[in-house]
Design a protein around this ligand. Structure first.
Ligand SMILES: *Cc1c(COP(=O)(O)O)cnc(C)c1O
Length: 356
């Protein structure tokens, strides 16, 4: 079946008479003994429905976590003491901070690479025999660079290295990393999958049963488990992912074209799909004026919701110093594109005037 049909139907309760069309929110910390679940930390029917739905879209077995960072931490936790992780120099800053933290505690080593330079990434993997994980993000947040996942996964596997792809920006509707050769797909389901800026949720999807089982037992032991209500909201969001993403992407394409023509903008980054666009303004000041001058676009961190949001990424001290000071990350929502452009154009015009 097509992905949009899968998004609407996967994980539905089976068709016995009077089965609810949607999985109920199962609020239970324990289960009657001798069944499959036994205790609330080990499983929940609402998680199962959501995990089946996302797993069907990504083409693997999914586990849900209480946030994207909980999922990311699980990966860092999984590698042996003293292992190395090769990761993008531009990536979600929380993941980079978590890798740096694990490194500072002597748990791992990390090598940050330019994921667009396939040869350099492969050379880095070959240089250190302790590399256990190649961590990719594509497109990267917020630089919007693309990695050649197939070529890198092939090279990684030749060296016995597992490949994790953070697929938050692309979603399984635009990129299926497991089909491209990756072993694990990571999502901040907080973003496009839940899609309404009202849920924190993360996922990992596995190609092989062994890694799935290892991480499932880590989740059981660490108690890194999502709430049933949040999981239900994430599944409800997933049901409309295709229509939200189609509309947001349509808007993003129009805005990327118009931004490229605007005199306040030096450069526009847009990978050609998805709904994140990053115009680069000449300075931090110009970008700050622009983000403070919108009324429809919400000045906020985060992305992937139905509402359009923007921020200057370098306002965060932890953001990579090689991201331009004037880069604004636009998370394009599903509002009318003409209203979005009017507000953005006004803000960009303001940024052209000298600050008072
Ligand atoms: C937001 C984000 C994360 C972290 O997810 P949370 O749900 O905020 O913990 C990880 N990766 C990417 C690409 C993100 O945008």
């Amino acid at each position: 079946m097509h992905p949009s049909t899968v998004a609407v139907t996967a994980g539905r309760p089976t068709h016995f008479p009077d089965a609810p069309l949607n999985p109920p929110i199962t609020m239970a910390s324990t289960y009657v003994a001798t069944g499959d679940v036994e205790y609330g930390r080990y499983g929940n029917p609402t998680w199962t429905a959501f995990e089946q739905a996302l797993g069907a879209l990504e083409g693997g077995r999914t586990l849900a976590f209480p946030s994207g960072m909980a999922a990311a931490s699980m990966i860092i936790d999984l590698v042996g003491q003293g292992s190395s992780i090769v990761a993008p120099r531009h990536a979600y800053q929380g993941c980079l901070v978590a890798l740096g933290d694990a490194e500072s505690r002597g748990r791992i080593k990390s090598h940050l690479v330019d994921v667009t330079d396939t040869a350099a990434v492969i050379a880095t993997m070959k240089d250190d025999e302790d590399v256990a994980i190649l961590w990719l993000e594509s497109p990267t947040n917020p630089a919007l660079e693309l990695a050649d996942i197939s070529a890198l996964a092939k090279a990684a596997h030749d060296l016995g290295i597992q490949v994790v792809v953070d697929n938050t920006f692309a979603t399984p509707l635009r990129q299926k990393p497991l089909e491209l050769g990756a072993d694990i797909v990571l999502h901040s389901a907080t973003k496009y999958i839940a899609g309404h800026s009202d849920v924190q949720m993360g996922t990992l999807t596995f190609k092989d049963e062994q890694t799935y089982a290892a991480v499932k037992s880590r989740r059981d032991l660490t108690g890194s488990t999502p709430g049933p209500f949040e999981t239900w909201l994430a599944l409800r969001g997933l049901r409309t992912l295709h229509v939200r993403l189609d509309r947001a992407e349509q808007n993003a394409r129009v805005l990327a074209e118009r931004l490229a023509e605007h005199p306040a903008v030096d450069e526009v980054r847009y990978p050609g799909f998805g709904a994140i666009v990053a115009p680069v303004l000449p300075s931090a000041d110009a970008a700050d004026v622009a983000v403070r001058s919108t009324t429809l676009w919400v000045h906020a961190t985060s992305l992937g919701g139905v509402e359009s949001m923007l921020e200057r990424r370098r306002r965060w001290k932890t953001e990579s110093a090689t991201i331009p000071e004037g880069l604004i990350r636009l998370s394009v929502g599903i509002e009318d594109v003409e209203d979005l452009w009017d507000d953005l154009e006004h803000a960009l015009n303001r940024s052209l005037k000298p600050a008072r």
